[in-house]
Design a protein around this ligand. Structure first.
Ligand code: ADP
Length: 168
């Protein structure tokens, strides 16, 4: 690394499906915002997945949920994460580690990404333990069964889920 790159703003990408964003994601975003100059929360627009929410709906929910944090922006991308990271001059990729069960897959991803781009560093952050069992699919399932999701997602996300479930 040369002197120029060391003086540059440290940008990190936090990629994911965010279908929808939960308090677990928000916990990770807040931690990342303390470590980096700028964090881009980037929705991976993955053709193989059948998301509940459109990319625009997910972006809107993320924006509403993190409106108090200055150094965050929200975006979406298609294709390889390493290429997207390079286009955005990112030095790091953030991923959340909840439990040992996340580790194997995340390690594989991190090592593949390192193979593709050695400069890009994957940083794992752990959420507060109260979010360690939480993921978006549990939230979707609870919402579809009319379960209480108050402590899992911000109010705006809860409202969007209720509307979505009524339409289904
Ligand atoms: P992906 O399809 O990429 O796994 P997700 O939206 O499920 O997308 O997750 C994005 C990232 O956020 C992943 O690194 C995941 O481990 C992390 N994450 C998801 N839920 C939580 C949570 N409750 N606490 C901490 N990290 C989480």
């Amino acid at each position: 690394m040369n002197e120029m790159s060391e003086n540059k703003q440290k940008i990190a990408i936090y990629p994911g499906s965010f279908d929808p964003i939960t308090w677990g994601h928000i916990d990770i975003i807040k931690r990342a915002s303390l470590l980096f100059d700028h964090v881009i929360v980037a929705i991976a627009n993955n053709m193989n997945k059948q998301p509940l929410f459109t990319v625009d709906e997910r972006m809107e929910m993320i924006r509403a949920s993190i409106s108090g944090i200055a150094n965050i922006s929200v975006d979406s991308f298609q294709g390889l994460l390493v290429k997207y990271a390079r286009r955005n001059n990112a030095v790091a990729v953030i991923r959340g580690l909840r439990a040992v069960s996340d580790f194997e897959f995340e390690l594989q991803m991190a090592l593949v990404n390192r193979k593709l781009d050695e400069q890009l560093i994957t940083v794992f952050l752990m959420p507060h333990e109260k979010y360690s069992y939480l993921n978006s699919s549990i939230v979707r399932e609870l919402a579809s069964l009319d379960g209480n999701i108050d402590c899992f997602v911000p109010e705006i996300v809860k409202q969007k889920l209720l509307i979505k479930m009524r339409k289904k």
